[in-house]
Design a binder for this molecule. Structure first.
Ligand SMILES: C[S@@+](CC[C@H](N)C(=O)[O-])C[C@H]1O[C@@H](n2cnc3c(N)ncnc32)[C@H](O)[C@@H]1O
Ligand code: SF4
Length: 388
């Protein structure tokens, strides 16, 4: 009997945006013109370059992320999906998500993107009030956002939108009003991110100059806690730190990352975790769009780095991914993915200490509590504080 094919998630990075938002440190760039034919050839070549190592996989999800992939011409999206279908077996319920910004150029593409095969849309709404959209430097208006939500509902069975909260000056009352409105417009999934200030962004400078003040840690914790409680009461429990869904409607692609299953990424800066000959490889594509394009033209793939993940790094990566999930992980799952026993890698006392602090629970499963999720970085820092 042929061995069962393992599920694989496939990520495609489109690194271009119409303008750069002041809070964003994603690999996204503004360019006056883009040679679509060249990009098509290069993305197809980067995809093909994985063929030798992925024949035992079937694709369970595809994600077009960015940047702003809703700016990709729909025929390009279609060509990539056709190439993926030719190269891989697709699972029968393959989830195909595309991130979109709610500007009019992109809204006009929704129908064609749906015909090309996209079956899940993730809309970057960011805020449902005009003042905060302006503060966030978004180019879309509230009306654009509402129109995009309305139109996406006609073309995509599954849809989600992103909002950013804990904004300077925002109160829980203001956030509740916004979230009530959001739930009235939502599909089965919402991503709610607390604003973070990333180094190297215009917000970083503005914040240091004192142009605005961020919420204190206590206020930020209150927002987090309140949001998780509110969403649970409304039938959208969190399944991850920032992701909320009606049961069964979680984003399969992101869950795949958090389960630490294999995935490949093509396009500038894209990451992969791929098991080759029994070893987990961390592959990274060149980050700069122009450099990536040139390297693919020269060599047929955009590879920048290939590092084998083993020992402590494997344990570290596994925990960093799995602890984001509300459901936690079992000791068996840890053994299966890392080949090691958890308490041989990290002293059990550390987990017990965190349990006493109320940050996680330990049965046969290690599960972060609500407070644990909120303090995830500190919790991981404590668990992983020194090499084993
Ligand atoms: C790849 S990005 C953006 C996708 C799309 N281009 C857009 O802007 O709508 C995914 C999401 O990360 C969130 N995000 C990016 N930077 C953030 C920050 N500094 N703080 C909080 N959320 C952030 C935004 O909600 C954004 O929609
Ligand atoms: S938030 Fe989205 S639209 Fe804004 S710069 Fe980042 S990727 Fe581009």
């Amino acid at each position: 009997m042929l061995p069962l094919k393992k599920p694989l998630a496939l990520y495609i990075h489109w690194p271009f945006c119409l303008s750069k938002c002041p809070y964003c440190d994603f690999n996204s760039h503004v360019r006056e013109s883009i040679d679509i034919d060249l990009w098509k050839k290069a993305l197809l070549a980067d995809l093909q370059s994985f063929a030798a190592h992925t024949e035992n996989f079937k694709v369970s999800s595809i994600f077009f992320g960015g940047g702003t992939p809703s700016l990709m011409p729909p025929p390009l999206v279609e060509s990539l999906l056709k190439a993926i279908a030719a190269q891989y077996t697709l699972s029968s319920h393959v989830e195909i998500t595309l991130e979109a910004n709610p500007t009019s150029v992109e809204i006009d593409n929704f129908q064609a993107l749906s015909s090309a095969g996209i079956n899940r849309l993730s809309l970057g709404v960011q805020s449902l009030n005009a003042k905060d959209l302006k503060f966030l430097g978004r180019t879309h208006s509230l009306e654009d956002a509402l129109r995009a939500i309305h139109i996406s509902d006609q073309f995509f069975k599954r849809r989600s939108f992103d909002l950013i909260y804990t904004l300077p000056g925002q109160s829980i009352d203001m956030w509740q009003t916004e979230l009530e409105k959001a739930l009235g417009l939502a599909g089965d999934h919402l991503s709610l991110y607390q604003l973070t200030i990333e180094q190297g962004t215009p917000f970083y400078l503005a914040h240091h100059r004192g142009d605005f003040q961020m919420a204190s840690e206590d206020i930020s914790d209150t927002f987090f806690e309140w949001t998780h409680g509110f969403m649970k009461d409304r039938g959208y429990p969190a399944y991850e730190v920032s992701n909320f869904a009606k049961p069964g409607q979680e984003c399969q692609h992101n869950k795949h990352y958090w389960f630490y299953d294999d995935y490949i990424g093509i396009g500038p800066g894209a990451h992969s975790r791929l098991t080759i000959d029994g070893k987990k490889h961390a592959l990274r594509r060149h980050r700069s769009p122009e450099e990536w394009l040139k390297i693919v033209e020269d060599r047929g793939n955009g590879m920048h780095k290939d590092v084998i993940i083993e020992g402590h790094t494997l344990v570290e990566e596994y925990l960093m991914m799995r602890m984001r999930l509300v459901e936690g992980f079992s000791l068996e799952a840890f053994l299966e993915k890392t080949g090691q026993n958890l308490f041989d890698c990290i002293p059990e006392q550390r987990f017990r200490a965190l349990e006493t602090e109320g940050l996680l629970t330990i049965n046969n499963t290690i599960t972060p509590t609500f407070s644990g999720l909120k303090k995830l970085n500190a919790l991981l820092g404590f668990l992983l504080k020194e090499k084993i």
